[in-house]
Write a protein that binds this ligand. Structure first.
Ligand SMILES: CSCC[C@H](NC(C)=O)C(=O)N[C@@H](C)C(=O)N[C@@H](CO)C(=O)O
Length: 678
């Protein structure tokens, strides 16, 4: 049986995430998530993949808490973080926090090299010297790690979990900000393994950001120069009374002396990476949105000594991300959405147009070999889960070489098609269409419209969370459209929906559905719509605008735009587009689904996690009440301890079970089958 037809088998498929190339270019470390023996959580382990593709992938690490965030040091040792117990110390009574571990270049056991009471977060290594900086959550006003640990113990023993806030924001995705906040620490050169019987040299940490304060602290977007002399990081600065924007600052690691490098009052600046000789940086500039204009992104080349800035992608009508220099510093590689793909691009540093290197698929974790011979990345597509590949650094439009894959490529229960529709204003709307096995004119498949989130994103890659093949295995065709506001189709395509979510984004979706309903292999009489986050907003909006669907599933959805904007974790992000609700009520009133609740006739399944701070639970509570009050046939799948995404295997499985049962009842006309564990 296809693993997509059996949710237990689906949850057990290994998931590849994260890639790191060693300095000598001879080893790749890949993260692989698998189910733990109790099937209650996913565990992440590190595997080695041969960049030449000759040796089979082999497992490097094994522990119950798992390992993540691999980074190679220049001596060939592999650094990673893990909350595994240290065999060299007595087990303590405290909650285990992620520590920094080092696996020697020539094999053997990993050893713990660095701990902090707040756990070790991001790790950066200087490419030439191997100097290390780490990010760790630190309580305000403590002098060192001992004082930090003592204060944590005091709070715990007194039963105090309260946080006193003095600045916005207070939450992020599913995390409460404060009282600890990230600080960047200098660890320098890590000591070598001690001889048998000797204690390892302790690693001292020096705070490079002593002035970092809650709620955001130093942030964790850091880059270290190849010689370790300079740390460049983003720093959040006020933008209006309750707003924030990011600028770039440079810290001399020897002295802690800090200077502002790029500060643009009209933009966030971040994701900086050093050139191989350390004299320049490349970073991303994201313009702050306004009531009239969506964001635009460009790549900046920054002279480290003078701070002089040049735009590398002026006039490029796509949104570049994750830039890094080529091996000789003469070009920059980056990723950008384009036409329902997430492609690798290359742009010369001395002027010239970006060139797209990849024909198809979605790339992440791009790695540049230091000798310039190759690029490595994880590649996925709607019909392929992420897997490691090798790319030629120069050839445009290429199909990369697959490398040994520690994951699996399961057989799919159907086929993937790229389709398009034309909106009323003549605009092309691109979509992906998953057709189940056996769909034909004689046996047309029921149709599920799946709406993406963001909204400034696009359907372009494999998703374990939103996997259309689970639906295809039950006979559904799944339509994944990229309507107005989706990225990768140009700035004007985003502008078409800016501040008017209920207009072009909605009508584009309906145009996409109209077009596939013309197909003989799709059954236009048995259809449903669903989406999560912004996609959930749109599912709610669809419910208020049309009765054409038999069922609607709305996950982590926005229902009342005014209350959402005031309670989400970064209200200022949304208020730039919508305006202050008191001064500019128009957009909230015109586009908020809750105002049109009386029009809903379609059965709805509401799904929400209580620890969702991006779209707070109040949205689902009010939507549910509004549906119940009006007698709309509806169900509410509530997760008391899940966040925006629903991450644990058990809850993710009942998520799919409930969605499938609800669709089977309303779209296929089967009786309601309550999932066994609910
Ligand atoms: C790049 S689009 C902006 C994403 C947006 N960001 C902020 C600061 O709020 C966001 O999180 N939107 C959510 C409402 C959403 O739709 N999330 C999507 C994508 O992240 C999801 O699938 O969860």
């Amino acid at each position: 049986m296809s693993p997509f037809a059996d949710l237990g088998a689906f949850a057990a498929l290994p998931r590849v995430a994260g890639l790191a190339l060693s300095a000598d270019g001879r080893r790749l470390a890949v993260g692989v998530q698998t189910l733990d023996p109790e099937r209650t959580k996913w565990l992440s382990a590190l595997w080695e993949v041969d960049p030449e593709g000759r040796r089979a992938a082999r497992r490097l690490t094994r522990s119950a808490p798992g390992e993540s965030a691999p980074v190679w040091a220049p001596d060939g040792s592999l650094l990673f973080t893990s909350a595994r117990p240290d065999p060299a110390t007595k087990p303590g009574g405290e909650d285990p926090q992620p520590a920094l571990w080092s696996l020697p270049a020539d094999g053997g056991e990993a050893r713990q090299v660095l701990t902090h009471p707040g756990g070790i977060g991001r790790v950066a290594v200087a490419a030439d010297t191997g100097d290390v900086v780490v990010v760790a959550a630190t309580l305000p006003g403590v002098a060192d790690a001992e004082a930090d640990a003592a204060r944590r113990k005091e709070r715990k023993e007194a039963g105090v979990t309260a946080i006193l806030h003095e600045a916005y924001p207070v939450r992020y995705w599913d995390a409460d900000l404060g009282p600890a906040a990230p600080h960047v620490f200098w660890a320098g050169r890590l000591p070598a393994d001690p001889p048998a019987g000797a204690a390892p040299d302790p690693v001292g940490l020096r705070d490079l950001t002593p002035d970092a304060v809650p709620p955001i602290g130093s942030g964790d977007d850091v880059a270290l120069s190849p010689d370790g002399a300079l740390l460049v990081r983003t720093e959040a600065v006020p933008d209006g009374p309750a707003g924030r924007r990011d600028r770039l600052v440079a810290v001399e690691t020897a002295t802690g002396g800090t200077r502002v490098l790029v500060d643009d009052p009209l933009a966030d600046v971040g994701s900086a990476r050093f050139s191989p000789d350390g004299t320049a940086l490349v970073c991303v500039r994201e313009s702050l949105t306004t009531y009239d204009e969506p964001p635009d992104y460009t790549l900046l080349h920054v002279d480290v000594a003078t701070g002089a800035v040049r735009d590398l992608t002026a006039g490029f009508d796509r949104w570049p991300s994750a830039p890094q220099f080529g091996a000789d510093g003469s070009c920059v590689y980056f990723l950008a959405d384009e036409d329902g793909r997430h492609a690798v691009f290359r742009v010369p540093v001395d002027g010239g147009e970006p060139v797209r290197l990849t024909a198809d698929g979605a790339y992440s974790d791009l790695q540049v070999a230091r000798d310039g011979s190759a690029l490595y990345a994880l590649r996925s597509a709607y019909d392929e889960p992420p897997a490691p590949v090798r790319l030629d650094p120069e050839t445009p439009g290429q199909h990369p070489d697959p490398l040994p894959n520690p994951g699996t490529l399961p057989q799919l229960p159907g086929t993937l098609h790229e389709v398009e529709a034309t909106a009323a204003d003549g605009t092309r709307v691109q979509s992906w269409l998953v057709l189940p096995e056996g769909a034909s004119a004689d046996q047309p498949a029921p149709l599920l419209l799946w709406i993406h989130g963001g909204p400034l994103m696009s359907w372009n890659s494999w998703s374990w969370r939103w996997c259309p093949w689970v639906m295809a295995a039950r006979g559904y065709a799944v339509l994944l459209p990229n309507p107005a506001l989706s990225q990768g189709f140009g700035q004007d395509f985003v502008r078409r929906g800016w501040g008017e979510w209920g207009e072009a984004p909605y009508t584009d979706l309906m145009a996409a559905v109209d077009a596939v309903e013309q197909r003989a292999d799709v059954d236009a009489t048995r259809t449903a719509a669903m989406g999560g986050s912004f996609g959930g907003y749109m599912a709610n909006w669809v419910a208020t605008q049309t009765d054409r669907f038999r069922a609607i599933v709305t996950h982590a959805s926005l229902w009342d735009l005014d209350s959402f904007t005031g309670t989400t974790d970064a209200a200022y992000y949304w208020e730039r587009e919508w305006g202050d609700p008191l001064l500019h009520p128009k957009r909230y009133e015109q586009n908020s689904p809750h105002r049109f609740a009386d029009a809903i006739r379609t059965p709805m399944l509401v799904i929400h996690g209580d620890r969702d701070y991006r779209v707070p639970i109040g949205e689902a509570l009010r939507l549910w009440y509004d549906l119940q009050k009006r007698g709309v046939p509806s169900k509410f799948l509530y997760f008391p301890d899940e966040n925006h995404w629903v991450l644990t295997p058990g809850n993710a499985t009942v998520w799919y079970e409930t969605v499938l049962a609800f669709l089977a009842e309303h779209v296929l006309g089967e009786g309601w089958q309550r999932p066994g564990l609910l």
